[in-house]
Structures are given as structure tokens and as C-alpha cells.
Design a protein around this ligand. Structure first.
Ligand code: FE
Length: 219
């Protein structure tokens, strides 16, 4: 079987909010799905290495904010390509903290819900948390961002811990011209009409916000 066929599966883009050691934190996942409507059960897949994984195991609680299509790549970069172990990721992101100590986004968010873990399934790299949604928004607004939209329009990539991660070497070449790869998030810059060297010096990676110096030429 060619594992490339999995690229035809559909996903969304979600911010999972957790209660951290000192501060609330959040990460980006693309795998959230509803299991049953009564009770309101959902499942989330998360890599063992994620700080959020550790927080969910410890506190048994998390939120899901469904990101809208207007979410800038920098918000996804801030939440998805740094670790809550090292940085306070929510510093520049509008959010509120629920009384349970978990955050939800106030901007670029269609709706949110609060989940209590009821079970989990382990795989060698990821845990699938099964949880009941116990509270949430009354309505949803805006268009939810699909993972396909994130890749096609925002031109985003998957971090190494995502179930859908592909190394830059595995990503097919879609355009002519030289390509430059971000060492932090794997974003590939390729624009035959504007060579990398011609980008202004203050240009930053649209996904993780790193400067031009974080990029290397892809042979
Ligand atoms: Fe980057």
C-alpha cells in the first residue's frame, strides 16, 4: 500500500487548550472527531511528546477551539510549532481561561467545547483521548478551517508530532524554482516569481515566525 493515499483523508485545524503547571497552554491538532451525540463523546489524537499530552494525562480535562479560515498562519505557528514546556504560547493570542483552568481562543475561533477524559487508547506514538463534551459555545460562527485549506491557502505544514507529518524530503515538488525549507517548522518557500534572496531581510516564516536565517536551501 502507498501511504500517500492517506493524504486524501480529511481533517480540521483545532487548538486544544490545557491546564499547565504554571500557566494554561494550547497546541494545534488536526484530528478531532465526534463519536456519539448522546452522550456527547469526541476523540482527539495527540503525540506522546506533546506538553499538552502530559497536561491532559495529569488533569483529565481539555478544551477544543475550532479554528476559522481567517486564522493567520502565525497563530497556528505560535501554538503548533513551539512547546508549552519552554514558552508561554498564549502570550500574544486573545483567549479566556475557563474556571476549570483551561483556555479557549477568543479570536479566529468558530466555537469551543470543554471535555473531560473518560478513556484513552494507546498507540506506539500517539494517544487517542476519548472524552465527553460537558460545556461549550451556544453557536458556531465563521467557516471552520479544514486541514486541506490550511495546506492550500495558508500554505501550512504539519509539525513533527502531527499524525500527518511528512518530512520535507517526502513532500512532492509542486512548483518549479528553488526551494528553501524552514528548519523549525518544515515550511517550504518556493515562488519562481520571487526568489528567496529577493525577500526583504525582515521577512519571517509565515508559519512559525522564524527569520530568513532559519531557512536552508533544499537541493
Ligand atoms: Fe517555520
Amino acid at each position: 500500500m502507498n501511504s500517500a493515499i492517506f493524504r486524501s483523508l480529511s481533517y480540521g485545524v483545532y487548538a486544544v487548550g490545557v491546564k499547565g503547571e504554571e500557566n494554561p497552554s494550547a497546541c494545534i491538532v488536526n484530528t478531532v472527531f465526534q463519536i456519539t451525540s448522546s452522550p456527547k463523546m469526541i476523540a482527539v489524537s495527540m503525540h506522546h511528546n506533546n506538553y499538552s499530552h502530559e497536561c491532559i494525562l495529569k488533569h483529565g480535562i481539555f478544551t477544543v477551539s475550532i479554528l476559522s479560515e481567517d486564522t493567520p498562519g502565525t497563530v497556528i505557528g505560535a501554538l503548533g510549532f513551539t512547546s508549552g514546556r519552554d514558552t508561554y504560547k498564549l502570550g500574544n493570542i486573545r483567549h479566556k481561561v475557563l474556571q476549570e483552568g483551561v483556555p479557549v481562543l477568543k479570536e479566529n475561533c468558530c466555537c469551543w467545547f470543554l471535555c473531560k477524559v473518560v478513556d484513552r487508547v494507546e498507540t506506539p506514538t500517539h494517544t487517542v483521548f476519548i472524552a465527553e463534551a460537558v460545556a461549550g459555545s451556544d453557536k458556531s460562527r465563521g467557516m471552520p478551517m479544514t486541514y486541506e485549506y490550511y495546506q492550500r491557502v495558508v500554505k501550512g505544514t504539519s509539525p513533527r508530532n502531527a499524525p500527518t507529518y511528512e518530512s520535507p524530503e517526502e513532500v512532492r515538488d509542486l512548483h518549479d524554482g528553488e526551494r528553501f525549507v524552514c528548519n523549525i517548522c518544515g515550511y517550504i518557500y518556493r515562488d519562481p516569481d520571487c526568489p528567496f534572496e529577493d525577500l526583504p531581510e525582515d521577512w519571517v516564516c509565515p508559519i512559525c515566525g522564524m527569520p530568513k536565517s532559519a531557512f536552508r536551501r533544499k537541493s
